[in-house]
Design a binder for this molecule. Structure first.
Ligand code: PEP
Length: 254
C-alpha cells in the first residue's frame, strides 16, 4: 500500500507564502516519488485556490486537503465553507475532527460525523482524526475513549458510499509538544482501532489507511514510516519547513 504523508499547515502562511513553500517542497522531492508516496498539503482556505492553480498548471503530483469543512451543505451559515465548494477547487482530502477543532472550537462527535458525511457525499476523502488526552493515557482509560470517538465519529457510514478513508491517530499529548508516541503506543492503538473498524459495514481493507500524527520529525520518521502497521503520517510543525518535510518523505524506504 502506498504510504501517505500529509502536511498540516494550520493557521500559518498567506497565499503567497503558501505558493513559495509548495514550490520549495516540490523542487526538493526526488523524481517520481509520487508513484510510491502520496503527498498531501493542507493549507488555510485562503491559499487553496492559489495552490490548486499552481498544481494544475505545473502538473505537480502533490494533492490538497482542507483543514476543516462545514457540517452544512449550503444556506445561512455565515463563515462556513462547504464540501461542495471545496470539491470545485479539486480538493482530494479533508481533515476532520482534529484535536485543535475538538478542544479549542468545541467540536463534538455529532458535528464531526456530519462533516465526515458531507465530505463523502462530495467524493472528498475524510482524514478522520482521533486520540486521547494525557488524562486518559495516564489513567489507562484511553481504549474506551478512543472506541467512543471512532463509533460516534464514523457512525452510519455506508460501504457503497465510502470509497476511501484515512484514520489518523493523533494523541493530544503528542501534538505540537515534541513528545512523540512510541512505536509500541502507536501500533497498540492502531491495531485496536483496525479491529473496531474491521467490524463496521463500511470496512474495505484496501481503501482505509491508518496513519499517525504527533511531533513527527526527520529524527523519528524513519521508525514510524517503515512500520508495516502504519500507512503514513500527519505532520504539523515540521511541514512548514520544506527541508524537514522532504526529509520526512525521504525517510520512507522504497
Ligand atoms: C497536527 O497538527 O496534526 C500535528 C500532528 O502537529 P505536530 O506535528 O506539530 O505535532
Amino acid at each position: 500500500m502506498k504510504k501517505i504523508i500529509i502536511g498540516n499547515w494550520k493557521l500559518n502562511l498567506d497565499h503567497l507564502e503558501a505558493i513559495q513553500l509548495l514550490q520549495k517542497i516540490n523542487y526538493s522531492l526526488p523524481d517520481n516519488i509520487e508513484d510510491k508516496i502520496e503527498i498531501i498539503l493542507s493549507p488555510s482556505f485562503t491559499s487553496i485556490r492559489s495552490l490548486q492553480t499552481v498544481i494544475s498548471s505545473d502538473k505537480l503530483k502533490i494533492k490538497l486537503s482542507s483543514q476543516n469543512v462545514s457540517q452544512f451543505s449550503s444556506g445561512a451559515y455565515t463563515g462556513e465553507v462547504s464540501a461542495t465548494q471545496l470539491k470545485k477547487l479539486e480538493i482530494d482530502y479533508g481533515i476532520v475532527g482534529h484535536s485543535e477543532r475538538r478542544t479549542l472550537f468545541n467540536e463534538i462527535d455529532l458535528v464531526i460525523n456530519d462533516k465526515v458525511n458531507r465530505l463523502i457525499e462530495n467524493d472528498i476523502v475524510p482524514v478522520f482524526c482521533f486520540g486521547e488526552r494525557i488524562e486518559e493515557r495516564k489513567s489507562g482509560s484511553y481504549f474506551n475513549f478512543i472506541e467512543n470517538q471512532i463509533n460516534e465519529g464514523l457512525k452510519g457510514l455506508r460501504k457503497d458510499k465510502v470509497n476511501k478513508l484515512v484514520v489518523a491517530y493523533e494523541p493530544i499529548w503528542a501534538i505540537g509538544t515534541g513528545e512523540v508516541a512510541s512505536l509500541e503506543n502507536i501500533v497498540e492503538v492502531l491495531d485496536f482501532v483496525k479491529n473496531i473498524i474491521s467490524k463496521k459495514p463500511f470496512f474495505n481493507e484496501d481503501n482505509i489507511k491508518f496513519i499517525y500524527g504527533g511531533s513527527v520529525s526527520p529524527d523519528n520518521a524513519q521508525e514510524i514510516l517503515n512500520s508495516k502497521i502504519i500507512d503514513g503520517v500527519l505532520v504539523g510543525g515540521a511541514s512548514l519547513d520544506a527541508t524537514k518535510f522532504v526529509d520526512i518523505i525521504k525517510a520512507v524506504e522504497l
